[in-house]
Design a protein around this ligand. Structure first.
Ligand code: BG6
Length: 481
């Protein structure tokens, strides 16, 4: 199957930091279909050779094991082409179409790795020159809009030009191996499903914690904040995967229909419930792994009076038969104590205790990062003699060890899926809009409330109010137990 993959924003950070390295991994693993061409388009005037040289240099900044040798780059680089394009010029789109038509590959994937405010214009221009025919797929990178209205506007523009089946909206968390395993865990095994409901589960916690600060992305981040950057997309997508009903098949729309139902069942926020159930924070100077780090307001290109949140913790519920009354806690933040992405399913305690000790009920931890695995916490007796108390013990599954094979990274997986036309791990426009609809009252309440985010020290687990949010229900975050 021949394909042409075009990166708009070909010299941008996303392209060289994530997309090209992911494609190179696919190439190295022999997964990239033969007969592919990769075309980077950007404003600079340069040749294929100069672009390849530039990219080779950039690869030096990529994590060691993922870096190509000279020989590997020689082969991979030969697939890469460069084309200058001014995205506001209609004739440049015609030129691109002519270039693609001359080869007439089986599939054309157009990846918009540009700033989202360009999406509408690019789609319209692509449509105008007929680059929306049946072989074309368009991949849209987040953030898709900054609120419901702007997301709807982008989706309208995309729909005006492409069929929904041609639109691949990326949420790279859906490409992470452990997130795919969540589907396997729930719907490939009979063990958990009978317990996966309010009768057995006390609460569910989704934590996406980062140690990094905003680094050089201050200007972008300050107009975005943690709610838009992580909760509206990554955290809510994980929530849908954890909470959805079993889909009727593994088809993209069967899955996405179920995910949408979860988003529609989320308890809507009001100004009062935002004040009660959502905590926003902003990091101050502190220390990470023994090293002093600056506060958010001291970061490059961050306005000194910024009220942008770098941390969010919230409590929500899903109003349906399966989940009514079960708290779902979502939390994300920069400059936290650990780099740790995980979903913790806390089961209810036994109805009648006959053993001493073992205060901790069963817990299933789905680990996404840094390691990728499952941990099931049980209570057991050590067997050291009479009167012994129950002690927590865990069954640990490390997927890397269990499957001694090369696991595919998120962007690698998603790029290969886009080339192959598999939509399962991409977000449909109605899901995405529903997620904005749910998040918007929080944004509005914050705009109306001048008190701003609560400070927390870099290297901590966020403001104390985040612990209080969970403690109010008689629970605690996993690291506090
Ligand atoms: C991106 C956010 O979508 O996800 C970043 O824009 C964040 O702010 C990143 O750092 C986290 O992704 P990962 O895969 O490193 O957890």
């Amino acid at each position: 199957m021949s394909f042409d993959l075009v990166f708009f924003g070909g010299t941008g950070d996303l392209t060289w930091r994530k997309l090209m390295p992911a494609l190179f991994q696919a190439f190295r693993h022999g997964k990239l279909p033969e007969g592919g061409r990769i075309l980077a388009v950007a404003r600079d005037d340069q040749t294929d050779e100069r672009y390849r040289e530039w990219l080779k240099e950039r690869f030096r900044e990529v994590d060691g094991a993922k870096r190509p040798t000279d020989e590997e780059f020689e082969k991979f680089g030969s697939l890469i082409h460069y084309r200058r394009m001014d995205l506001s010029q209609p004739e440049h789109y015609q030129g691109l179409k002519d270039w693609l038509d001359a080869r007439n590959a089986d599939t054309v994937v157009l990846y918009l790795a540009t700033s989202p405010h360009l999406f509408t214009g690019i789609c319209q221009q692509l449509g105008a020159v007929g680059l929306n025919h049946g072989k074309v797929r368009v991949v849209l990178e987040k953030p898709l809009g900054h609120d419901l209205a702007s997301a709807q506007e982008i989706n309208r523009a995309v729909r005006g030009v492409f069929a929904e089946s041609q639109a691949f909206r990326i949420d790279h968390y859906l490409g992470k191996p452990s997130v795919q395993n969540l589907m396997a865990l729930r719907f490939g095994n009979a063990l958990f499903e009978p317990l996966w409901r309010r009768e057995s589960i006390a609460n569910i916690q989704i934590t996406l914690a980062e140690r990094l600060g905003v680094g050089t992305r201050g200007a972008f981040y300050d107009g975005t904040g943690a709610l838009r950057d992580m909760i509206q997309n990554h955290a809510l997508q994980l929530l849908t995967m954890i909470a959805m009903e079993p889909p009727s098949s593994n088809d993209a729309d069967a899955i996405r229909d179920e995910k949408l139902k979860v988003l529609r069942s989320l308890k809507p926020f009001t100004a009062e419930s935002v004040a009660r159930d959502v905590v926003r924070g902003q990091y101050r100077a502190g220390s990470i792994e023994g090293k002093a780090v600056p506060g958010y307001l001291e970061e490059v290109k961050v306005p000194p009076e910024s009220q942008c949140e770098t941390f969010v913790a919230l409590r929500t519920e899903i109003n349906n038969w399966r989940w009514a009354g079960v708290p779902f806690y979502l939390r994300t933040g920069k400059r936290l104590a650990e780099r740790d992405a995980q979903i913790v399913v806390n089961f209810r305690p036994v109805p009648h205790k006959i053993f001493a000790g073992g205060g901790q009920p069963n817990r299933l931890v789905i680990k996404l990062q840094p390691e990728d695995g499952l941990e099931l916490q049980l209570l057991a007796q050590k067997g050291t003699g009479q009167g012994e108390q129950l002690t927590p013990v865990s069954l640990d599954l490390d997927f890397d060890k269990a499957f001694a094979t090369q696991r595919v990274g998120a962007y690698e997986r998603l790029l290969l899926d886009a080339i192959a036309g598999r939509l399962n791990l991409f977000v449909r426009s109605d899901e995405q809009e529903q997620a904005w609809r749910w998040v918007e009252p929080i944004l509005n309440a914050w705009t109306a409330d001048a008190s701003g985010p609560r400070p927390y020290s870099a290297g901590s687990w966020g403001p104390a109010a985040a612990s209080a949010l969970v403690a109010r229900d008689g629970f605690s975050w996993a690291e506090e137990q």
